[in-house]
Ligand binder design. Sequence first.
Ligand code: NDP
Length: 249
Amino acid sequence: MQNRLKDRIALVTGASSGIGEATALELARLGARVAIAARRRERLESLAGQLAELGAKPLVLVADLGDEAEAQRIVHETERHFGRLDILVNNAGVMYLEPIAEADLGRWRRMLELNVLGLIAATQAALAGMRARRDGHIVNISSTAGRIANPNAGGYAATKFGVVAFSESLRREVYKDNIRVSVIEPGAVATELREHIGHAATKDALNAWADSMRQLQSQDVAEAIAFCVSRPAHVSINEVLMRPTDQER
Ligand code: NDP
């Protein structure tokens, strides 16, 4: 297992915490060289120190990925720095939950721009190089909220259903170019994600729900992503739906 990703170049977005951070480390443990992107420079620099110890020769990319030009820039910078990009993990995301009638559409627009448009822009930027080399893997992080739409999650579910739909269209457009596409749909994971919910009642209810179960850890999701991208070239794992054992819906 140790060298499964030797000589592979990966870019992980949203790597300054949670699932992205764990994924960058897991890919590095398998031998990949890793570029990491997010807004918080200090968190990325600290992760880069750990990645360097694993021999991943990290590239730190500070970027606001709600801006599609920035999402494209980080892909091109990775390609310039390492010579190519083999594995793109589109993980950066936010979750703003509130009833539709009270929704702050400015916040929902920023969520759509990051969770959907930023992911699309980074993917689009990566395709040219992957197609030219007939090699590449794009991993998109959706959610159980991309399969089941709950009350107070209208905007977030719209983004995550969108990621699932986009991923399937993408797969069907690029499979003949030997490019693989995987969409990951985790249930509750213990990360900072819920801290940014502005609607107090929804935040309290969701935290209570998550605290009632043995949540997934970021490492559990990172291992699923690592499994997808370390299969032999003829194996394309298109979808991973994973929940805490204790989670019903
Ligand atoms: P975290 O809040 O820990 O991580 C989110 C990451 O996204 C951070 O690195 C953050 O970095 C980055 N990010 C947020 N806004 C931006 C931005 N504008 N530009 C660039 N980066 C940004 O949460 P998770 O690890 O849980 O979330 C990762 C993904 O997993 C998300 O797509 C989320 O929807 C999905 N997910 C999470 C689940 C959960 O229960 N936790 C369940 C299912 C899916 P920074 O603030 O430094 O920019």
